[in-house]
Design a protein around this ligand. Structure first.
Ligand code: ADP
Ligand code: MG
Length: 728
């Protein structure tokens, strides 16, 4: 039993870093495997190119005839790059990506064969959808689902397969994936933001949301990781005593990247370059063997696709380097977890970042408008934002070791806080010209300080303004960014619509000037959004108390957090903006609750098994050794043996106590599971798993970890934290 651990340790010690060639400049290989504009120019007719470009920019439809031409061109391009198959690539609600490969190859009779890929195969496919989660949608409506081409995210070749990004919807049109609602939310925020931009610049036609994610992960030797059944089956360690040295010394953060990890990163980055994923930053993170990778930000839909693709590629590349990538939010107790900061901003087709303080007074009023509306949106919908990042795995991270808490708040820094304070005092109604200029200019003078603020930013804030973007930091490392991005863009869209209505009333009915109207509405927003602003330490008990006073939600667990998704206002919000209808919202809620239950159920089984099949037998074995020792001492020393065997006797008793506790706890936990499995009510079942089953984990772990400290290291079967975390 113990051999696996030592085999793994031995194997891990023999590794050497792979040599990674980089013969060409990155700029030369960037996007080589992407059917991007450059490739399209080469392979498409002018009309087809124009049609695709319009589809990307304006969301217009591509007609059937052109689709045939595009598919043929795509096939030629793909074959020239060595592709043999194609697949519709989509993001079902399992959280993973899905693909079903078909060969281009087709027979045409008489023993002849050709390579074929028609327009209809490009535009639409019918994967066997029955095994993807659908939360009752397809039971109620239609048994089938289909995937449909998303021309806004370019096709790419991975391995020998042409991958076509698609949406996945039921035959009745309900979204069965992450991408569909995201596209709808991006459309909503585009429309709402353009309407606001028109106050400032009539030429603005499109506003796009940008996303730059920062992916944190652990890189663990593959042999060591696979020697741990809990890591293999649940993605995190359910047991394990903290090593004598953890992250206390902070000597890993931003330190030299270990050679094997560096080779992995270079290899990964090369793959990313080919796939057009613009990765730029790499560094060590706080915990040992924890790292981060970040790209240059992109349009949100593309960026979400790139992150999903990246998470796949990370695992694949890791195999070559004998690593396993842990994307779980909290793979190890007691050390930092992993997040995925979602850096978000809005920008116009005229090239303006709406969240960047501008150089002129007018552009600053525009900045203030978007800045304050975003804060107001978070204030109003904080609970929905919390729900957007709720998963069983992220629950372990939120509120622990430098991670943001479950309470949503916005950090804006000292300088902008001052700006808002001043804005709050502006005259009601018409402002004096001096007042206006002062206010608008105020931001200008402060830009350098705002940027300075960032270096000293507050890591525990779930939602922070960092100079020219908001950073949603509560997102989990494993998450598909589409979910939080859908919610964020939806709530901002809704807020902008409400804002416009209020401003227009002042202009039309109170005959106010545009500027005055905007200032007046913003002033009221500042007053009503104060409760969401928070600059302090996010995981202090004082903040918990204070937040409660302010009426902010503090939903610590996923079942609690998800409820708001099916509240009347939430459903109305998604419906009004055309992001999700009631059926879709309800289905998603059910899928997420079910996923939660399954997650805890699996962890519960695994911890029960490990405790009983690994830990207890090892404890008994060690206890027998001690008993043998004591018996031996008795033979030699007779009645005097206790003088020499006291320690051993104490340990023998301690071991028995821990074994008894483990057995009793595991039995109770199994009983609790059995009871809960009889329930049909999803809410009750999820909350039972959360509040009855899950608490057993800590208790069982406590006894197992105590045994780990007591038992001879030679006998201990589970690869230890120090081996997992400090093998480079
Ligand atoms: P940090 O200090 O958080 O590490 P970085 O400057 O490294 O900040 O940026 C982190 C991420 O934010 C990167 O992916 C970057 O491309 C992205 N980012 C920068 N500016 C914007 C923006 N205006 N909108 C969205 N994302 C942005
Ligand atoms: Mg960041």
């Amino acid at each position: 039993m113990t051999t696996l651990r030592f085999h793994a340790v031995k194997a891990s010690l023999k590794r050497t870093p792979l040599h990674i060639e980089e013969t060409k400049r990155r700029s030369e290989v960037f996007g080589a495997n992407v059917f991007n504009e450059a490739a399209m120019r080469q392979y498409l007719t002018k009309d087809a190119l124009k049609s695709i470009m319009e589809a990307i920019e304006k969301g217009s439809k591509i007609d059937r005839f052109l689709a045939d031409h595009i598919s043929t061109a795509m096939k030629e391009w793909a074959i020239s790059k060595g592709a043999t198959h194609y697949t519709h690539w989509f993001q079902p609600l399992t959280g993973a990506t899905a693909e079903k490969h078909d060969a281009f190859f087709e027979t045409i009779g008489d023993g002849l064969a050709i390579e074929k890929f028609g327009g209809s195969q490009l535009v639409q496919q019918e994967p066997d959808a029955s095994s993807f989660p659908h939360g009752g949608i397809r039971n109620t409506f239609e048994a089938r689902g289909y995937t449909a081409w998303d021309p806004t995210s370019p096709a790419f070749i991975y391995g020998t397969t042409l991958c076509i990004p698609t949406v996945f919807v039921s035959y009745t049109g309900e979204a069965l994936d992450y991408k569909t609602p995201l596209l709808r939310a991006l459309h909503a925020v585009d429309k709402a933001a353009v309407a606001i931009c028109k106050y400032f610049d009539k030429n603005v036609r499109k506003v796009s949301a940008s996303l730059g994610w920062e992916q944190e992960y652990f890189l663990i030797d593959n042999a060591l990781a696979t020697s741990r059944p809990d890591l293999v089956l649940t993605g995190r360690t359910l047991l394990g005593h903290s090593p004598a040295k953890g992250q206390q010394l902070d000597d890993h953060y931003f330190g030299t990247i270990p050679a094997r990890a560096m080779a992995y990163m270079r290899d990964l980055e090369n793959e990313c370059m080919l796939l057009g994923i613009p990765v730029k930053t790499r560094h060590n993170e706080v915990a040992p063997n924890q790292f981060e990778l970040a790209p240059i930000y992109e349009e949100a839909n593309l960026s979400v696709d790139h992150n999903s693709l990246l998470m796949d590629v990370m695992q694949k590349v890791a195999k070559r380097h004998d690593f396993k990538v842990l994307l779980h939010e909290k793979p190890f107790a007691g050390v930092n977890g992993s997040g995925k900061h979602n850096n978000w901003s809005l920008s116009t087709d005229t090239g303006i970042n709406l969240l960047s303080p501008g150089k002129t007074p007018m552009s600053n009023l525009q900045f203030l408008t978007f800045f304050i509306n975003t804060i107001k949106a978070v204030q109003t919908y904080e609970e929905l934002l919390r729900a957007a990042i709720a998963t069983a795995s992220n629950d372990h991270r939120l509120g622990a070791n430098e991670a943001p808490p479950a309470i949503m708040s916005v950090f804006i820094g000292a300088q902008l806080t001052k700006v808002l304070e001043e804005l709050e005092t502006v005259t009601r109604g018409k402002l004096s010209p001096q007042e206006k200029t002062d206010l608008k200019l105020n931001v200008v003078g402060k830009i350098p300080e705002i940027l300075l603020d960032n270096t000293d930013r507050n890591r525990t804030s779930p939602f922070a303004f960092t100079g020219n973007k908001f950073e949603f930091r509560a997102v989990g490392s494993k998450a598909n960014c589409a979910n939080p991005m859908t919610v964020l863009n939806t709530i901002v869209a809704k807020q902008l619509i409400d804002f416009k209505e209020e401003v227009d009333v002042l202009i039309d009915e109170k005959s106010m000037k545009k500027d005055d109207a905007i200032f007046n509405v913003l002033r009221e927003y500042i007053k009503t959004s104060k409760d969401i602003l928070f600059e302090g330490n996010g995981y202090s008990t004082e903040w918990e108390k204070e937040a409660k006073k302010r009426g902010l939600s503090n939903n610590k667990t996923t079942p609690e957090a998800l409820k708001v998704k099916v509240s009347k206002p939430a459903i109305a919000l998604f419906e009004t903006l055309g992001v999700m209808n009631q059926v879709e919202a309800q289905a998603r809620y059910e899928i997420e609750m079910e996923a939660y239950i399954l997650h805890i159920q699996i962890e519960s089984r695994v911890i029960g098994d490990i405790a009983r099949n690994h830990v207890v037998p090892t404890a008994v074995r060690y206890q027998n050794i001690l008993i043998e020792n004591v018996t031996g001492l008795k033979t030699i020393y007779g009645a005097k043996f206790k003088d020499f065997a006291q320690e051993q006797l104490t340990i023998i008793e301690e071991i028995s106590k821990h074994i008894a506790a483990i057995n009793s706890l595991v039995t109770k936990m199994i009983e609790a599971r059995k009871d809960l499995n009889k329930l049909t009510d999803l809410d009750k079942k999820a909350s039972g798993y959360c509040n009855v089953v899950k608490p057993f984990f800590e208790q069982i772990r406590y006894h197992c970890d105590k045994l780990e400290l007591m038992i001879d290291d030679e006998l201990w079967p589970l690869t230890k934290y120090r081996e997992l975390l400090f093998t480079k």
